[in-house]
Ligand binder design. Structure first.
Ligand code: MIG
Length: 763
């Protein structure tokens, strides 16, 4: 049943973009009247017809809602949630004929009894969010759906990686990880699933995380202008309701629930160069030399699928890479790290070691009758590891040993939606069985977490084999919480101005969905950018945590020096800017790993009360202190910027502006407009050719004066190991005190036991 529905959905997806009419499909029924309820500490159990509702109050601002339509809850498991034990807050429950009220110090849930409908209010009784009265929580056979009222001036953000604009009101969104090259603004779904969103109404925000891995959809007022809804083709109504009112508070809670990004190695924040492919050792060495000869900094070079022997993962093409270890040793000495692509498909070739050991250890997915699933990808016919099985993840991880011994340090996980060429649904057949941690369920349940579990196997495996270093993993597909294992890029974009522009809202929504380590292929993957487009894209790339240029196969060269001398110079300056700002960028990523606040922040997210940013996705904050206004259109030498309240300094000229205004700024070809918030203390270093060039001398702190005083924290560690977890870091706060005569700086005591390399400090 489910299978047919999912297939027909996928086919309709590829044929038309209009939305399915959810109500007309069949026999929906909604929750009926409340008959009884019981209450135990922070859990409420409500009976309504055959359905049972569980309400769990996890924190003052976090309530979990779970409905078993037939009264029987399946095992409570989640791939996303890591925090399962919560310190129950003080909860007051009051019962009346009409309703049950569950109240914490910040939030109340009002359960209407006839019929069962939910309403969330703040402490003062203002409605934050409520079920749509006629439908509320509903189901139809295996399908489940929640309908909510949609207030006139409420706007929606998040949903992870979605093409199109930032504000998602009036859009229909679905979640089914899909490999769709050259997607455009209307293409949906694409590679990742993050069923998490914010509703923001006059600066006040709530969040909803619908933790259901089946094919799901979110209709944010496209079908009906006064309602929105979310649901899935199967599985549970299982959502977490967060109350802010600030979006930052919600993201902090959300990342407490699903975990935060581990601190990445510093080198992964350098410039990264990729293409499909640098196919031989000679070409890889030539590229490396190309950077060093031209004094263009670079930290990472990628090997795409052609480094392998017939696309067999964990092997080398011996003809084109006769001595990988020697090549990588030499490049490592020259300051490069080498990253390789790994795809999930294991060539079904009985002479291939990974296929043999995989079969011996029973790690591949199979049909219910025990027949292995075989699908075509790059190597031809392939078996697919079942990453939902612990043994398979261990097997996968162990296979990295030879690549690690060769010196490979970056792990690019591609094709992990998973994408399969010769199956009508373009993925693993839907009735194939996954282990699902012992639950043994079909692909429909496991599809959306396949890529995430692949990155988990990769991250854990590499960390096991190389415990002294932080793994760097990059992925195309993922699910909520996947940032615990991997950074993410936005797949196969095109070399157009439209895609440059669209990358900003995509990366912003992904960032506020818990994934801070993101980037788009600089220059565009498919097609050939003009020198101008490449230069502008690279400038934006300075302010995307993952700064990686890439290109499709059979396209002209796109390295930063391929567009003539004028552009080579501009591109060098741009990459130099990235390296100058690395201490700041590293601090921003450190903050993300500790608090969950991403590097790239929508203006709305940082300034929710400022009504000017509801739709704004053409500028953004990078960390707490930099406002970035990238140039996203051709032949442009100036642009508008909306400055929030307060004072701002032009990064380039030092000119001071009063905020709360639109300003027009110069944006010559060689420069991206950047503004610094008054009060900032920005750490920078001199330009290096790669991050392993040290010491970073001098380390400069630029103080941006503000009224009275401000404080910032500076963090540093060895940039590579996990020693910081044991206290080996250097952290210090710096404060500026302003009077009419002078600015006084004070430094706090040093925290942590790490001693940075000797260097000059400059202010
Ligand atoms: O079917 O490995 O998105 O970055 O270069 C294409 C070749 C497979 C898709 C990735 C792209 C990569 C390409 N891959």
């Amino acid at each position: 049943m489910i299978r047919n529905r999912a297939i027909s959905f996928l086919i309709s997806l590829s044929l038309l973009t209009s939305t399915l009419s959810l109500l007309s499909r069949a026999q929906w029924q909604s929750a009926s009247n409340v008959e009884s309820f019981s209450h135990n500490k922070n859990q409420l159990s409500v009976q309504s017809g055959n359905a049972t509702l569980h309400v769990n109050i996890l924190a003052e601002d976090l309530i979990r809602v779970r409905l078993a339509t037939n009264g029987v809850f399946p095992p409570d498991m989640s791939w996303a949630v890591v925090k399962k034990e919560w310190q129950a807050p003080q909860v007051n429950v009051t019962d009346s004929q009409k309703e049950i009220i569950v109240a914490t110090n910040e939030l109340s849930l009002i359960i209407n009894k006839q019929p069962l409908r939910l309403k969330f209010t703040d402490k003062a009784g203002n409605i934050i969010n409520e079920d749509e009265p006629t439908k509320g929580m509903s189901w139809n056979e295996s399908e489940v759906r929640v309908w909510k009222k949609m207030p006139l001036d409420e706007y929606y953000y998040g949903f992870g990686e979605k093409a199109g604009r930032f504000n998602r009101r009036w859009t229909h969104i679905s979640m089914w990880n899909s490999d769709i090259p050259a997607y455009d603004a209307d293409t949906d779904p694409i590679y990742q699933t993050h069923p998490f969103f914010y509703g923001v109404n006059k600066g006040k925000a709530y969040g909803i995380f619908f933790d259901n891995t089946y094919w799901s959809s979110f209709d944010m007022g496209k079908e009906n202008r006064s309602q929105y809804s979310f649901g899935a083709e199967a599985g549970e109504i299982n959502y977490y309701f967060f109350y802010g009112p600030s979006p930052k508070k919600i993201l902090s809670r959300y990342t407490e629930l699903v975990g935060r990004m581990p601190l990445p190695p510093r080198w992964s924040l350098g410039y990264q160069q990729c293409r499909w492919s640098y196919p031989t050792e000679t070409r890889v060495r030539e590229i490396a030399k190309g950077f060093r000869d031209r004094r263009i900094p670079c930290d990472v070079i990628y090997l795409d699928i052609d480094y392998m022997d017939g696309y067999r993962i964990f092997t080398w093409n011996k003809k084109n890479f006769p001595n990988p270890k020697k090549m990588i040793d030499d490049l490592t000495k020259d300051g490069f790290k080498i990253a390789v692509i790994v795809d999930p498909g294991i060539k079904a070739d009985t002479t291939y070691h990974a296929f043999k050991s995989g079969n011996a250890q029973d790690v591949f997915v199979k049909y219910p009758d025990g027949k292995p699933f075989i699908g075509k990808v790059w190597p031809g016919e392939c078996a697919f590891p079942d990453f939902t099985k612990e043994r398979a993840r261990k097997w996968w991880g162990d296979n990295f040993s030879t690549l690690i011994e060769s010196g490979i340090r970056g792990w690019w996980n591609d094709m992990n939606e998973p994408s399969v060429f010769d199956v009508p649904t373009k993925t693993i057949d839907l009735d194939v069985i996954h282990d699902d941690s012992g639950l043994k369920t079909g692909h429909t349940k496991n599809h959306n977490i396949y890529g995430m579990q692949m990155t988990r196997a990769t991250y854990d495996g590499v960390k096991r084999l190389l415990p002294a270093e932080r793994p760097f993993v990059l992925t195309r597909a993922s699910y909520a919480g996947g940032h615990r294992y991997s950074s993410a890029w936005t797949g196969d974009n095109t070399s157009t101005w439209r895609d440059l522009e669209m990358s900003v809202p995509m990366l912003l929504n992904l960032s506020i969905s818990g994934q801070p380590f993101v980037g788009a292929d600089i220059g565009g993957f498919i097609g050939y950018p003009s020198g101008e487009l490449f230069a502008r894209w690279l400038q934006l790339g300075v302010f995307t945590p993952l700064m990686r240029a890439h290109s499709v196969i059979n396209e002209k060269n796109k390295e930063p020096w391929e567009y003539g001398d004028e552009f080579t110079n501009i591109n060098r300056e741009t990459i130099n800017l990235r390296y100058t700002l690395l201490p700041y960028i590293y601090n921003v990523m450190y903050q993300a790993s500790v608090t969950g606040m991403p590097a790239m922040r929508p203006m709305m997210f940082e300034y929710p009360e400022d009504g000017n940013f509801t739709w704004n996705d053409e500028q953004f904050m990078f960390g707490d202190d930099l406002l970035i206004a990238p140039v996203l259109t051709p032949s442009t030498t100036e642009r508008n910027v909306r400055l929030p309240e307060g004072f701002w300094y032009d990064y380039w000229t030092g000119q001071k502006y009063k905020g709360g205004n639109d300003i027009k700024v110069d944006a010559p070809l060689n420069r991206i407009p950047v503004f610094v918030k008054a009060g900032a203390i920005i750490p920078t270093q001199q330009v290096v050719q790669s991050t392993n060039q040290s010491p970073i001398d001098p380390l400069t702190f630029t103080v941006y004066p503000t009224k009275l005083q401000s404080t910032r924290t500076y963090y540093e560690d060895d940039g590579i190991s996990f020693e910081y977890e044991k206290g080996k870091y250097f952290r210090r706060t710096i404060s500026q005190w302003n009077s009419s005569q002078a600015i006084t700086l004070t430094l706090s005591k040093v925290e942590g036991s790490y001693t940075p390399p000797g260097r000059m400090l400059a202010v």
